[in-house]
Design a protein around this ligand. Structure first.
Ligand code: FAD
Length: 414
């Protein structure tokens, strides 16, 4: 029996940020992680603190491209066809989420979260001694074809409507900002408030070291098989058959949160949008900020360990075998976009983004089970939104009003 204690399930960037935020505020936390800190999607992401990304994925800018992308071997979207029947309900909800009024509402909710990103990340990073990992150099999206920019205009206008700073770039501006890029880009967009981190997995490890160092947080290297809700809080059933009771339980298990929520009676439409990266250890080029390639929708980020090329979406079961061709196309495409890029020695990785069809995460107290909290489903933006999510959960646990209204992120919306 661990009365008064809080359990967090999942040691990705979300669970670790929640644990670190609670430890910083003097609360005792037990973190249950079955593989290791940052073993899931948080290990190899693109590193972007993408505060400008308030455009839901389903919407007018995106859907018209889908058929072409699916049949282009270098396209940013792929489906693992044997998994299509299982994905169909998610895809149907995804299509419906693209209705203009819903897109506007989702963008508003995302903008409210993004407004708090630096306000919550900065003190947490400072407390953990990790401020040096955050670079605030902005990001640019570059286009070779004005037609692609025209198709993306909807998203750029939506950002501006929600207060995001966006600057138009000429070919010359792009050369000045990122001299490592090859010629041929005809236009670009700059989002000056975007930041990036120099080592995403290192950041999560550093946050966890900080949490442990406070003396308030303990890691249990164990999977959780289920939660039995009690009048307040619940009983965790760990792999191996052990049980433990907690007053508060936070579900932050990324894509695997779906199974834990199912045991509580929730049918959450989570799908794995699997993404790939290749990190080039000696690329021979460096970027100042992050770069998104408008036509191919992947990103490039200079990190401590080299140049990371990351992105693309493969809709598939989280545990299905990797399709490494999805990673191999990244350096092949990047060679056309950089001057003198060395692609030797790259390391490949795949991670499952935990995605909900309306592009909003699930954050907040469970409306049916007192003492249970949700913090998952951050899709493409979990690194960006981790500290805000952590602050919202910590505020709710401590009986304070969160800085962001959690209503749009409720699990009850499905
Ligand atoms: C290629 C790629 C690029 C990306 N780029 C960016 C970016 O630039 N910026 C950004 O903000 N986001 C980005 N993301 C998204 C971001 O990485 C994710 O949203 C984020 O990592 C999700 O974190 P999480 O903690 O919810 O999940 P995970 O990191 O997947 O963590 C979940 C953890 O829970 C553990 N677990 C699961 N089930 C159990 C259980 N039953 N018991 C115990 N432990 C359990 C797992 O082992 C895992 O460690 C990218 C993702 C990918 C794949």
């Amino acid at each position: 029996m661990t009365e008064g204690r809080i359990a967090v399930i999942g040691g990705g960037v979300i669970g670790v940020a929640v644990a670190a935020m609670l430890a910083l505020r003097g609360r005792r936390v037990d973190l249950f992680e079955r593989e290791g800190i940052a073993a899931g999607a948080s290990f190899g992401n693109g590193g972007g603190i993408a505060v400008s990304e308030i455009v839901p994925l389903s919407g007018p800018g995106m859907l018209r491209h889908v058929p072409g992308w699916l049949f282009d071997p270098e396209g940013p979207l792929a489906i693992r066809w044997p998994d299509l029947p299982a994905l169909t309900p998610w895809l149907w909800r995804f299509l419906r989420a693209g209705k203009p009024d819903l897109v506007e509402r989702q963008a508003r909710a995302l903008a409210a979260l993004m407004d708090q990103v630096y306000r919550q990340w900065q003190p947490l990073l400072a407390a953990a001694g990790l401020t040096g990992m955050l670079r605030r150099n902005g990001a640019i999206t570059v286009y070779r074809d004005r037609g692609t920019l025209a198709a993306d205009r909807f998203g750029w206008a939506l950002r501006r409507r929600h207060g995001v700073a966006v600057e138009e770039l000429s070919a010359e501006d792009i050369r000045d900002l990122e001299p490592a890029l090859a010629d041929g880009f005809v236009a670009g967009m700059r989002t000056p408030d975007w930041g990036h981190v120099s080592d995403p997995a290192g950041l999560v490890a550093g946050l966890w070291r900080f949490a442990e160092g406070t003396g308030h947080a303990t890691l249990h290297r164990r999977g959780v098989r289920g939660i039995r809700p009690l009048a307040a809080g619940g009983e965790l059933l760990a792999e191996g058959g052990e049980t433990a009771r907690f007053d508060r339980i936070v579900i932050a298990a990324g894509i695997w949160s779906q199974a834990l929520c199912a045991g509580l009676g929730w049918r959450v439409p989570l799908a794995a949008e699997r993404g790939y990266h290749v990190t080039l250890p000696a690329p021979g080029v460096a970027l100042r900020g992050m770069v998104t390639f408008g036509e191919r929708k992947f990103v490039a980020t200079s990190m401590d360990m080299g140049l990371r090329l990351a992105g693309t979406v493969e809709l598939a079961r989280a545990e299905a075998p990797e399709n490494w061709r999805r990673a191999d196309i990244l350096p092949e495409m990047a060679k056309r976009y950089f001057n003198g890029l060395h692609t030797q020695g790259g390391s490949r990785w795949m991670g499952p983004r935990p995605s909900l069809p309306d592009s909003l995460p699930v954050i907040g107290a469970d409306p049916r089970h007192k003492g249970i909290y949700h913090a998952f489903g951050h899709g493409h933006l979990g690194l960006t939104q981790a500290a805000v999510t952590a602050a919202m959960i910590a505020d709710q646990i401590m009986g304070r009003r969160p800085a962001v209204d959690p209503a749009p992120f409720s699990i009850a919306r499905f």
